[in-house]
Design a binder for this molecule. Structure first.
Ligand SMILES: [Mg+2]
Length: 405
């Protein structure tokens, strides 16, 4: 069967402007207080206008596989497990042409694209490439905020090489990534994080897009709200019910309306609809732990059910550990009983936990020590801490934990 032209390759409308204006006009939004105390930069500007680049590798895991195995080039490739419960972690652009997306069950992906080639993820290789690109970023600015292995924000308001133009820096970084890793990256250049991230997605793959001061509001006005960072399918549905389809629709609503309907999300949406984002690029602070926990629909007590749950949590948490490219020495088990009493038990090793089998063995040993449980539990969690310094690749969730449900 012939491959269809991948839709993702069709570029969205290109934006022509190629240089950042040196004079940055002030954006004033009624009802907003200046971002006092938000800065970890001494050169903070009250209007929140900075030079921000968002760099995003194109179909990262899949592109690495195609780079390392020429027989995969030009073919639909998915990284992930092909078995019954497998999920697509990344899809090549050829696979995306068939509608294959990351986080899609592999069974469904195969139905959409019967010729799909699956490859097991090789996180050690992805982590190594991630370090390579991080090293390139750090030559231009110390203000690098990684979002994952293949994505980062760079604040180049005052770049280390004195280049001055964020667009030139973005082009240079893309060229160097290509030369040094053999992989393509897309970049978005703008005056805040929200717009830079939208921009990097605009001309993917291997593209560049610049949104200059003064253009943000117009750019956002035409966008479907689904493309706003943080608006998921359900959020978009809710907005559709309220008659909000685009950035312009959103900008037409006042803050009180947004507060009534979107709670704490309101301020962010209000600003985003105007192309304003006050969040600073924050250099990554090493995370302290990687973990996950699970709350049950029904409390459990049976030893077999407890062990099965432990296996499941080990699967999920170990994948996070691999994605984070980190190692750690302490494993902590957390249980919450039906009466909400919570207890933790930890074990520390003299060495880093070697692999998933050792991680699982420690988790199970901690659990077995507590059995038989005095009462059913409603939550189980497992965390790896005492991490290798500076190995962090992902930003921690608020409390360092992510829910598994
Ligand atoms: Mg990417």
């Amino acid at each position: 069967m012939a491959l269809r032209m991948p839709q993702a390759r069709r570029k969205r409308q290109p934006i022509r402007h190629r240089t950042m204006a040196r004079d940055r006009p002030t954006v004033y939004v009624a009802g907003m207080s200046p971002p006092a105390g938000q800065s970890d930069h001494e050169e903070e500007e009250a209007d929140g206008l900075r030079k921000v680049i968002h760099v995003d590798m194109d179909a990262f895991f899949a592109s690495v596989e195609q780079r390392d195995d020429p027989s995969l080039r030009g073919k639909p490739v998915a990284v992930g497990g092909s078995s019954g419960r497998g999920v697509v972690a990344a899809a090549s652009y050829e696979a995306r042409g068939f509608g294959v997306r990351s986080a899609m069950p592999s069974v469904r992906a195969l139905r959409l694209c019967p010729d799909l080639i699956f490859r097991k993820p090789r996180f050690d290789v992805y982590t190594a490439v991630s370090r390579q690109i991080r090293a390139i970023f750090l030559e231009y600015t110390p203000h690098v905020e990684p979002l994952s292995l293949d994505e980062a924000y760079l604040d180049v308001t005052a770049d280390l090489k004195g280049i001055g133009s964020a667009t030139r820096i973005a082009e240079e970084i893309r060229r160097r990534i290509k030369a040094e890793t053999g992989l393509t990256a897309s970049a978005g250049v703008s005056y805040n994080k929200f717009l830079a991230k939208l921009a990097s997605d605009q001309n993917k793959p291997d593209g560049l897009c610049v949104i200059r001061p003064g253009e943000g509001a117009a750019f956002v006005a035409g966008l479907p709200v689904r493309r706003f960072h943080g608006v998921g399918p359900r959020g978009a549905e809710k907005m559709a019910r309220l008659g909000i389809e685009t950035g312009a629709d959103l900008a037409a609503k006042d803050l009180a309306f947004l507060r009534a309907n979107f709670g704490s999300f309101a301020e962010y949406l209000f600003r985003a609809a105007r192309g304003v984002d006050l969040r600073q690029v924050r250099a990554n602070r090493p995370r302290k732990s990687v973990g996950g926990e699970r709350t049950f629909f029904e409390d459990i007590k049976e030893p077999e059910a407890l062990r099965e749950t432990m296996d499941h949590i080990v699967d999920v948490v170990w994948e996070r550990i691999e994605r984070a490219g980190t190692r750690g020495r302490t494993v902590t088990l957390k249980l919450r009983y039906a009466d909400f009493k919570t207890l933790t038990r930890a074990r520390s090793l003299p060495h880093y936990v070697a692999d998933k089998a050792e991680f699982a063995a420690i988790g199970h040993a901690l659990l077995e020590d507590l059995m038989p449980l005095p009462q059913p539990i409603r939550l189980m969690g497992l965390t790896l801490s005492a991490l290798e310094h500076g190995e962090s690749e992902e930003r921690p969730a608020k409390d360092g934990q992510l829910s598994l449900l």
